[in-house]
Structure formats: structure tokens, C-alpha cells
Design a protein around this ligand. Sequence first.
Ligand SMILES: Cc1ncc(COP(=O)(O)O)c(C=O)c1O
Length: 450
Amino acid sequence: MPTLERLASRAYADHVNPQWVKLLNLLEMNVSYERCVGTELFTTDGRRILDFLSGYCVHNVGHNHPAIVSALKDELDQSGPVMLQSNVPELAGELAERLCKLAGGGLSKVFFASSGSEGVETAIKFARMYTGRAGLLSCARAFHGLTCGALSLMDGEYWLRGFGPLLPDTATVPFGDLVSLERELATRRYAAFFVEPIQAEGGIRVPEEKYLKDAQDLCRRYGSLLVADEVQTGMFRTGSFLASHHFAITPDIVVLAKALSGGLVPVSAVLMSDAVHSSVFSSFKRSIAHASTFSENSLSMRAGLATLDVLERERLGECATRLGMELQQQLTDALSGYEMVQGIRGKGLLLGIEFTAPRRLALRVPFEAFAKVHPAMFGQILVMRLFRDSGILTQICGNDFMVLKVAPPLMVTAPQISEFISAVRDMVDLAHHPGSFWSEALGLARRAIG
Ligand SMILES: Cc1ncc(COP(=O)(O)O)c(C=O)c1O
């Protein structure tokens, strides 16, 4: 890394987060990017990286889409009202109208916020107000965000340790388990059941066809709202505008974020029915009963509108469906037969490769040794080597370290898909031979412990 960048990296380590810098160094991923376009990232030392992570489903339209960059520049040039907090932000109305139309299902009002977590916090408050209940139910392995309310909906020890006590009256049920869900909902304590229609960080888990519809019926029967957290799955990532659409459910509240503003400005949107909305904004005296300084700011709204234009004009939902099927099939063809590959799953361009412990002794011994150092070790070595050796950026799932995420921007091309498949196949092949993959892993384990 050139000297100036080294200094900037040191400033970051000194004043922001030294552990993050250490981790990136350990994984040999601390490179400096000078230009990011579409699916490609270019480093200052002349490398080209293919993005198959999309910033955890932020970059559905690709990096720095020119139409969105230009819309933002125009917005700034207008010197219009930004965060005045004393006017009607018309762009927010326009964006809300389009989002509601795309979502359908009686979702007719939107509250805008600035992050997925803030969207989930909003959903918690609205669900509590509407139902008059305090309880919050969610799924094991879910990821809903790291603010205290959103974190209260999660069960991952890594995320929770030391941050309690969090919100009282919360519980989780296994994803896909209707019996446990009914047992909890029948207590009629819960304001809402929060669910990602396809669990992303939980390991790209697609539920059985009827699970969400039945879950919705149970919510209705016992008076709880159904909240779909579509922070990763929304915005055409899985082919349809919402993943909820695949399962024909009509949630009472939908949370969108990440890809909503084209990866350029933070924004989230909480879509809900009129009835839920008016339980909070119940009279003009209550017109700001829930609010947020950056909500409805014109840059986020403009970015949201331009992003919808791109998604629709370039038919990126259809691309996600078609390319996702091709990618899933090609991955299955390339990787079936390898004993450590359990399967490929997902929908659209939200896919995961699930790995499992090897049976062969020659592989099992090093695998188990590394798992003892850290359960994420095997996955991180895959991520590191894909990045270093093949210039592919991806990651393992935050709540299931044995699943490698495959989530490129929705405008990924067929040759880029072939490039990815061939890099992954080479890496998986290497991992199935006792040799350089495992000796490299040993080096990483030593450095990690050191
Ligand atoms: C499904 C889901 N919900 C909520 C969040 C929280 O979003 P944010 O990081 O913008 O607060 C995330 C973040 O990854 C997520 O994946």
C-alpha cells in the first residue's frame, strides 16, 4: 500500500477501529480502492476486484450508477430545502407513493429513516402502539440490526454479549417452525412477529413454500402484526420487488433499507397500512409523535427515486431471477461431488454455498483443529483466498459461518458469473486436497492467535 494510504489507514486505526484494520490485514483484504463501477472495484495498486457481496445487498444497481450520481448532483445544484423540518418534503411523497405501489398489499403509508436498524426500531414502536402489546417475537439466527431495540430481536451470543439488558418481553422461535410460532403467538402477548422472508445472515435460508402464509394466518388469528424485514431481500434482490411477493403474503409492516438509495446515501423506509400508521399519528397534536432528523431529506429521497428508475428501466428484477437461476445451476454443476459442499440455496441473486465438515480423515483433522481456533476460520480462509488469488469479494454469513454468500449487483454479466464459478471451483478443489489450502490456514490460525 502506498505511503499516503498507509497513513490514512493508520489514522483510521488510531481513531476509528483498530481491530477492524487488524482483521483486514490478517485476511490480506486491506487494499485501497480508487474507483468502483458497476460490479468492479479497482485498487490503487492496479488490481480489479469482482464484487459478489454488494456491500451486503446495498449495491443492487451496481457501484456509482451514473444516473443516480447525476440525479444527486442535480439535487445539490438546485440549492433546494434540505432538512428544513418545517415544510412538506415533496420528494418524500413521490418516493412513498412509488414504494407503496410496488409493494401492494394494502401498504399505503411510509415512514422514512436512515438505516435498517432505525427502520426496525420504527416497526417496533408502531406495532406496539397499534396492538397495545409489548411483546416482540422473532426468529432464531435472524439479523435485524444492532441498535438496542433491533438487537433485542436477535439471539446471536456474539452480537448480544455485554450489551444487556435489552428490551423485555422478547422471544425467538426457530425459522420455519409453525408449532413453536403458534405456541408463542397464542399467549397473545406479542405486538408483532418479525421475520426476514429469506434469512440472509442466518445462512440464506429459504422457508418452505407455505411457512410464511401460515405464519401470517397465525398472526392474524392471535392479533399480532406480521413485520417483514426486507432490508436485504427487498428492492428486487430476489427477483420480485419484495421477497414477500414470492410467498404471497401481505405483511402489515415492511422494512426496506440498504439498496433503496443506490448505495450512495443512507436511507430506510418502513411501509405500513393506514391503520397501523394512524395509531401513532392519530391527531394533528400527534403529528410528530415519531420523527427523525434525517428522515425525508432530499438527497436520500432523490437517490431513492433515481434508484427505482434504474431498477425498473434496466429490468433488474428480471435479471436477478434469470441470472440467479443460471448461477444457482452452474454452482450446483460445478460443486456437486465435493464432500464439503452441502448445497447451494437461495432465490434470485441472494444465494449461499453451504459447506459442511469433511468426512475424510486427512481433511477432518485440520478442519476440526481450525474450527477450535475459531468457528469462522474455514469460511474466512475461503473468503481470503478468493479475494487474494482470484480477485473476488464475498463473505460468509454473519450468523452461519459455514455459508458463503453469493450476492453480486443485479447487473452482473454472464462472463462475470463464469469467472466467479471458475474461481470458486478452483478454491473448493484446493480445499479438498491436504496441501496448500490447509497449510495456509495454519499460518492464518497462528497469526490470528498471535
Ligand atoms: C435483514 C436486516 N435487517 C436489518 C439490518 C440492519 O440494517 P443497518 O445496518 O442499516 O442498520 C440488516 C443489516 O445487515 C439486515 O441484514
